[in-house]
Design a binder for this molecule. Structure first.
Ligand SMILES: C[S@@+](CC[C@H](N)C(=O)[O-])C[C@H]1O[C@@H](n2cnc3c(N)ncnc32)[C@H](O)[C@@H]1O
Length: 269
């Protein structure tokens, strides 16, 4: 079951790679840039960017560490890595790798960061502990997650649209997940502390996305939501798009909450 879920996640991001870049300007890049400002990579530092996607946080980190530094950017999706290689030509310090980062062997990093990735791990706690074990003693870990409720409206309206157009039941809510318990500042800080990090801080990055029809559809096809379209016959996708946009309009959804929590801490020296 866990393997099926991982295959589904990977398939969704493989298919989303080109649209992911298009959505990046509106969503991934502002989130990644703010996360990197908190992580504050210094010239010459070694960084691991886990679940790098097309580089929203890996590319700004590579610019900051400069050519004397080194960034290993790791994503399980080949198309994401291909897109990152294209976007990061000219940054020789950025090394893009297609791999499952929960078993990544590199270690001794000054900084390990991951933007909007750790909740995809088959076991979020075990995977995050592995990432923290890659930090050198005294180095820092910075993990960004969605705040509770972020992006939810898009998923709900998509689910309704798919059900209506394909004449299938509205999808059941997904099973409870650790992220549902820790997606607010205090529980997130407590969970990071339980991971052995010290000097833990959680920064809230308030953000809303203006849902023009173009952006509202990119939110679906350029993110993990794309997975919900895999079971929709190709000739019905346009009808799903139209129904989804109408559903947002009918409910007056002009903005989408895209707030994130940036959790940071140090590994004990
Ligand atoms: C929402 S995207 C975020 C990408 C990027 N960090 C950003 O902020 O734009 C999540 C990414 O996590 C990747 N991912 C999920 N599980 C992974 C794993 N076990 N190892 C490496 N990458 C993973 C997906 O392929 C996807 O590119």
């Amino acid at each position: 079951m866990a393997d099926d879920r991982q295959t589904e996640i990977r398939g969704a991001f493989d298919a989303a790679a080109a649209d992911f870049t298009a959505l990046g300007r509106h969503l991934w890049e502002p989130i990644g840039t703010t996360a990197v400002a908190v992580a504050d990579p210094k010239p010459g530092e070694r960084v691991l960017d886990a679940c790098c996607g097309t580089g929203a946080s890996a590319i700004p980190a590579a610019r900051l560490v400069g050519t004397t530094g080194h960034v290993d950017a790791v994503d399980v999706s080949g198309p994401m890595i291909d897109e990152l290689r294209r976007l990061s030509a000219g940054l020789p310090q950025l090394h893009a790798h297609q791999a499952d980062v929960t078993t990544w062997p590199g270690e001794g990093y000054d900084l390990v960061q991951s933007a909007l990735g750790i909740f995809f791990f088959p076991d979020m706690t075990v995977g995050t502990d592995h990432l923290i074990s890659r930090v050198r003693p005294g180095g820092r870990a910075v993990f960004t997650i969605w705040r509770g409720g972020s992006m939810a409206a898009a998923g709900r309206h998509l689910g309704l649209a798919v059900a209506e157009v394909t004449n299938t039941p509205v999808p059941a809510p997904r099973p409870p997940h650790l992220i549902d318990r820790i997606n607010q500042e205090d529980p997130y800080a407590a969970w990071l502390g339980e991971r052995g990090l010290v000097d833990v801080e959680v920064t809230t990055n308030e953000m809303t996305l203006t849902m023009t029809p173009e952006v509202a559809w990119l939110v679906i096809v350029g993110s993990g939501f794309r997975g919900a379209l895999t079971k929709v016959p190709a000739d019905l996708v346009e009808a799903v798009r139209d129904r989804y946009l109408a559903s947002l309009r009918d409910e007056g959804v002009a903005e989408l909450d895209a707030t994130t929590l940036i959790g940071s801490g140090h590994r004990v020296a």
